[in-house]
Design a protein around this ligand. Sequence first.
Ligand code: AMP
Length: 213
Amino acid sequence: MAEKHIIILGPPGSGKGTQAVRIAEQLGLKHLSTGDVLRESLAAGSDLGMKAKAFMDRGLLVPDKVMLGLIEKELCTLNGSGWILDGFPRTLPQAQELTRMLEDLEIEVDHIIRIDVDSGTIVKRISGRRVCESCKAVYNTASMQGGECEKCGGKLIKRQDDEESTILRRFRVYEEQTQPVLDYYTGGGAELITIDGSKKIDDITADIFRAVK
Ligand code: AMP
């Protein structure tokens, strides 16, 4: 079977990153998170990271021009493998440009997964979110044991953009800017799958696997 190409969309805190990692592991896909690429660029002190920082800290989207340069480079690197795109596209121009890039690369998207969840659930979830400084594994204060990563022993930290006011702004930005992306994909070539993101993480994973198998 040809390797799959999947896009996963969802508001901040919908668990899309966690689900993307699980899907990538299970289906043998490369996981490309634009948020992770930006955070790594920032940690490395690169130009891209510096440009993105002010937007990320305020819960705003990084300008399309910057993101399109990033994704084009990453897609070329990933060419030949199956992948799951996590956090891209987030605006209509990004979605339209992505279609053009994928046509050039002769790649068809198999599934577009949209995780649906309301802002109240998200605020509760994100304010307890902790991320491993080293390997980026994600935890929640409600379920984690101690302050160290179970996978690599790294320090667990709170992301700067996970403060409550920033979370709400990011949610509004998602609603305003990413809804047109969902409309763009509705009725398109790939199957648009809506998943209830208010369920427990493992149940969401099960729903996704049922839908993409
Ligand atoms: P995430 O880890 O996907 O929640 O992304 C964290 C932050 O990175 C977002 O709040 C944006 O500031 C920025 N970002 C990630 N992906 C994109 C994108 N496709 N377009 C614009 N900004 C992005």
